[in-house]
Design a protein around this ligand. Structure first.
Ligand code: ADP
Length: 532
């Protein structure tokens, strides 16, 4: 017994009682009156002879300790109890025993028997008190369940029930320490999350930098350089994948297109500049050529004038001789001629007259066109001029069987070039007779304020509207089938030029096959014209 006590330090005593009242134990005791058979441990063991029983905690008789006895009845072969052997465990020892378990600095381990008495704890104030003082209304839960966790005011109680004894071992953890643990874990998790986030950000930035930021900033740099320098020869990286890659490639394609177009534009500009320079030289060349040509034309004009001036004299003198001498011969003044000779000489005279008229017209026209014509102004009576004309054309009209209705006006004093006015009117009357086969030719003079109009009308072949536009042009003659009329085609052209030179004009109205009216108007007093 002594050995057992020594080798099991939490065992305070090992003992045995006998049915005869004897009692022995592992260490000496003062000789006092002590009947083991009356002790609760003996009675309990004797009641359950086949079992090991555990007593309720009880106060020792000889020491101030609270003990628990572990008892077993001693039974002989006949099944008769002859004693009880037991060992006491002092709860103080139990307390120090369970204190050895490391459950944390602030935690408190308790041992509770099946009645709820705290039989071991470091906290001496709680020792031997009932757990219901702490758990209050949670006590039944604690006692009835095998294991669990109870949430108390300031602590958590975690407990477990021993299947052998029905005792419960529990640990109080202060809420603060649990919360601290939780906080620590949360802090650890937060730290972890933070590190993860930082790592993620760094990786994201690295990846973004590689795939988005660097290509984009490259593009930005390139476009900036292009904007600043205008130089499209930039290296553009297009290696990226995804949308940035597409963007870079599109940008590169765009820059290349701009570059080609820019090159084309520059070439076009250079060509344009070449053309412009060239154009200037072309214009200069053409201007030079034109002024040369102009000079040559002026020279030609001068030569033409000289030619006309000399030729007019050279041609007119012999023509006048021809006309004069044939006239003398026709009149028989150079001796008798037969009718055939007379006829032939007459034809010579007509041809010479025609040629003279043509030469005169050409000379007049060239004078007008050269601006060299001068008006030979005098004051005369228009009536005299008209009368002369009537006398001139009366025989011809009579010969053609035409009535010549020329109204001689009251005397009208005109201050102008009488020879030119007469020339114009004669031309109109001559045409009227020439282009009329039957009926009459007429002339009438009107005075309207400062203007005089001479209308020459006929009942002749007339002119259609289209041809009426042409008759004032040089050498323009209207061909009439089956009709051959003498003429040069210069008469009306010259007459209108002369009329305008005198400050007047000639207009024509006509109806084909009915007749024509030519109206010559001119100022009663000649005023020199700026431009004829
Ligand atoms: P020419 O009489 O020498 O042919 P003109 O210049 O005097 O030249 O006339 C031009 C043309 O105008 C004539 O050839 C003729 O066809 C037409 N013409 C002129 N006067 C008349 C007229 N009174 N009636 C019809 N046709 C006319």
């Amino acid at each position: 017994m002594k050995d057992y006590q020594t080798t099991h330090p939490y065992v305070s005593s090992v003992y045995m009682g006998r049915e005869n009242g004897a009692f022995v134990r592992s260490y000496p005791r003062l000789p006092t009156t002590y009947d083991p058979r009356e002790r609760p441990w003996y009675i309990l063991a004797k009641e359950h002879p086949s079992q090991v029983v555990v007593t309720d905690p009880y106060r020792a008789v000889t020491t101030p300790d609270i003990n628990i006895g572990i008892e077993k009845a001693l039974v002989n072969q006949n099944g008769t109890v002859y004693g009880v052997v037991g060992a006491d465990i002092t709860l103080v020892n139990l307390t120090s025993y369970i204190s050895r378990f490391n459950v944390g600095r602030d935690a408190e381990m308790i041992l509770v028997d099946d009645n709820g008495m705290i039989i071991a704890t470091r906290n001496s104030s709680r020792l031997y008190s009932n757990i219901s003082d702490i758990l209050q209304d949670q006590t039944p839960t604690f006692l009835m369940t095998k294991e669990g966790v109870l949430v108390l005011n300031n602590s958590y109680l975690i407990y477990y029930t021993s299947p052998e004894l029905g005792w419960k071992i529990g640990v109080f953890f202060p809420s603060s320490s649990i919360e601290q643990k939780i906080n620590e874990s949360i802090a650890r998790i937060l730290l972890f999350v933070l590190i993860a986030l930082i790592l993620l950000s760094v990786i994201t930035i690295l990846v973004l930098n590689q795939t988005v930021i660097r290509p984009l900033s490259n593009l930005t740099d390139v476009s900036k350089r292009i904007a600043e320098t205008g130089d499209l020869d930039q290296k553009i990286e297009t290696g990226g994948t995804g949308e940035i890659g597409i963007l870079s490639r599109s940008f590169k394609a765009m820059v290349e297109k701009i570059r080609t177009e820019e090159a084309a534009r520059k070439q076009a500009l250079t060509e344009l500049a070449d053309h412009r320079d060239h154009l200037e030289s072309i214009v200069a060349d053409r201007t030079r050529e034109l002024s040369d040509a102009n000079e040559r034309l002026k020279e030609l004009d001068r030569l033409k004038s000289m030619f006309i001036a000399s030729m007019s004299h050279e041609l007119r003198t012999p023509l006048n001789s021809i006309i004069g001498f044939t006239g003398i011969m026709v009149k028989g003044m150079t001796g008798p001629i037969n009718p055939e000779q007379k006829k032939q000489l007459g034809m010579v005279q007509d041809s010479a007259r025609h040629l003279l008229a043509l030469i005169n017209d050409v000379i007049d026209i060239s004078k007008i066109e050269a601006g060299k014509i001068e008006a030979d102004v005098s004051t005369f009576d228009l009536a005299d001029v008209i009368r002369d004309i009537q006398n001139t054309f009366a025989p011809q009209a009579a010969e053609q069987g035409l009535a010549l209705n020329i109204q001689i006006p009251e005397s009208i004093a005109v201050t102008s070039d009488d020879r030119r006015i007469k020339q114009i009117i004669m031309n109109l009357v001559s045409n009227a007779i020439k282009f009329t086969d039957t009926g009459r030719a007429g002339l009438i003079v009107h005075r309207q304020g400062s203007m005089v109009t001479v209308s020459v009308s006929d009942t002749g072949i007339g002119i259609n509207g289209e041809d009426l536009q042409k008759i004032f042009r040089p050498f323009e003659r209207i061909a009439v089938p089956g009709r051959l009329t003498e003429g040069t085609g210069l008469g009306l052209y010259l007459s209108q030029k002369l009329a305008r030179f005198l400050g007047g004009d000639i207009t024509a109205e006509s109806e084909i096959h009915k007749g024509s009216v030519f109206t010559f108007s001119f100022p009663i007093t000649y005023v020199k014209q700026e431009d004829t």
